[in-house]
Design a protein around this ligand. Structure first.
Ligand SMILES: Cc1ncc(COP(=O)(O)O)c(C=O)c1O
Length: 397
């Protein structure tokens, strides 16, 4: 049976992780894997999560199934967090949502629903985009294409090219996949003014927004990081939203996400919710409970919520501080463009103008690990190794 089955090549991120793990040089700097790390290099469990888990441990009375659409209290709390408590689409009942297995599960479920709603449409993604977007969406049977986004010379967003490309090539009813904030892998986000132009552009051209919000709260702040999402929801009649609690609640392995469809009527929201349930049933039957139960506990308990907000602020501010330090250290002749970009970009990632050869030299000569694409995870650095990191990057360039 398995004679014809070959092993698959390792994911590039796994290769970098393994190389870094095997490196015994004590000064090594790991900017590869996309998880938040504290100043000691640990991906710790948040205090708010630990406290909620202890309470939940005492209160939990059953392990019976959560149902195909998962925990609806969690969905409501998350939607209020992202859209605002008084969001018109929430008060009008125009959102159908389901709990999913992480943001990846949400993207897959979203793509499956698109296959039901618009099987002939194309999903347009930024160049570059998170590598896993492509298999998650194409394996659901959707066609994908790409629009220009990140300019590796200016290290900024080619916004006019993005609009003109979509204007020329995307047809009415096509889907545009957008990173709500903290673009992975570049860290280059749309400004509020660009979202203000993009939203009516999409509405006028009949383009359908599919927003991936995997890092909200970790860019510039909760309001800033949801600005684009809210603007698009205000402007476009229908939206699909995939969200994740992996990073902002540090619940990575608990697989906690959400898919939501913003529709034109409450009846359609109910229809979409039932589609999410029916499709999730075919894929994984039901989402896991734990992460969503913890998020709900935190968001409904004022004291836990305040602790979580403080922890989120701390993660975000640490990364902004590291960005500032790295930017200052790179702001020398030849490093000015990188210095400016690193400071202006958001979240964990930046993509620097480094080739796979540069990445190999950084690894071999300086014990600095990053993706061959030039992506760095700023949270992997710390205040004491930033000067050496800046020198190493400038040296290989
Ligand atoms: C852009 C983006 N979307 C979605 C996800 C999904 O995250 P998860 O499935 O771990 O919640 C990630 C994770 O790295 C991501 O970077």
């Amino acid at each position: 049976m398995f004679e014809s089955v070959a092993a698959r090549p390792n994911d590039p991120i796994m290769v970098v992780m393994e190389q870094c793990k095997a490196d015994t040089r004590p000064e090594k700097i790991d900017l590869g894997v996309g998880v938040y790390k504290d100043a000691s290099g640990n991906t710790a469990i948040l205090k708010s999560v630990k406290m909620a888990e202890q309470m939940w441990g005492r209160e939990e009375t059953t392990k019976t199934y959560v149902g195909t659409i998962g925990n609806q209290d969690y969905c409501q709390d998350m939607l209020e967090l992202m859209l605002g408590k008084d969001s018109a689409v929430l008060t009008e009942g125009r959102v159908g949502a389901a709990q999913t297995a992480g943001g990846s599960g949400a993207l897959r479920l979203g793509a499956e629903v698109l296959k039901v709603a618009a099987p002939d449409a194309t999903v347009w993604a930024s160049t570059p985009t998170w590598a896993n977007h492509i298999p998650l969406i194409t394996d659901a049977g959707m066609r994908m294409d790409s629009y220009p986004y990140y300019n590796r010379e200016t290290l900024g967003v080619d916004f006019e090219d993005m609009l003109s490309h979509l204007d020329t090539h995307a047809k009415r009813g096509d889907i545009v996949l957008l990173h709500g904030c903290c673009h992975n892998p570049t860290g280059a986000d749309l400004s509020p003014a660009q979202w203000d132009r993009l939203a009516p552009f999409m509405a006028e051209r009949g383009l359908f927004p599919f927003i991936d919000l995997a890092y909200f709260g970790l860019g510039r702040g909760m309001d800033e990081d949801t600005y684009g999402l809210r603007k698009v929801i205000e402007t476009c009649p229908e939206v699909l939203l995939a969200a994740s609690c992996s990073k902002n609640f540090a619940l990575y392995r608990e697989r906690t996400g959400l898919i939501a469809a913003i529709t034109q009527t409450a009846d359609k929201a109910a229809a979409l919710k039932s589609q999410f349930g029916a499709i999730q049933r075919k894929l994984i039957s039901m989402p896991p409970d734990h992460g969503a139960a913890i998020v709900t506990r935190i968001l409904r308990d004022e004291s836990l919520r305040n602790i979580w907000v403080g922890e989120l602020d701390e993660m975000r501010e640490r990364m902004l501080g590291l960005r500032q330090l790295l930017s200052d250290a790179m702001n020398v002749q030849g490093g000015e463009a990188m210095a400016a970009a690193i400071k202006n970009q958001n979240g964990m990632f930046s993509t620097l103008p480094l080739s796979p050869d540069h990445a190999a030299r950084l690894r071999e000569e300086h014990a600095v690990y990053l993706m061959p694409s030039g992506r760095i995870n700023i949270a992997g650095a710390n205040t004491s190794n930033i000067p050496r990191l800046a020198e190493a990057i400038l040296a290989v360039l």
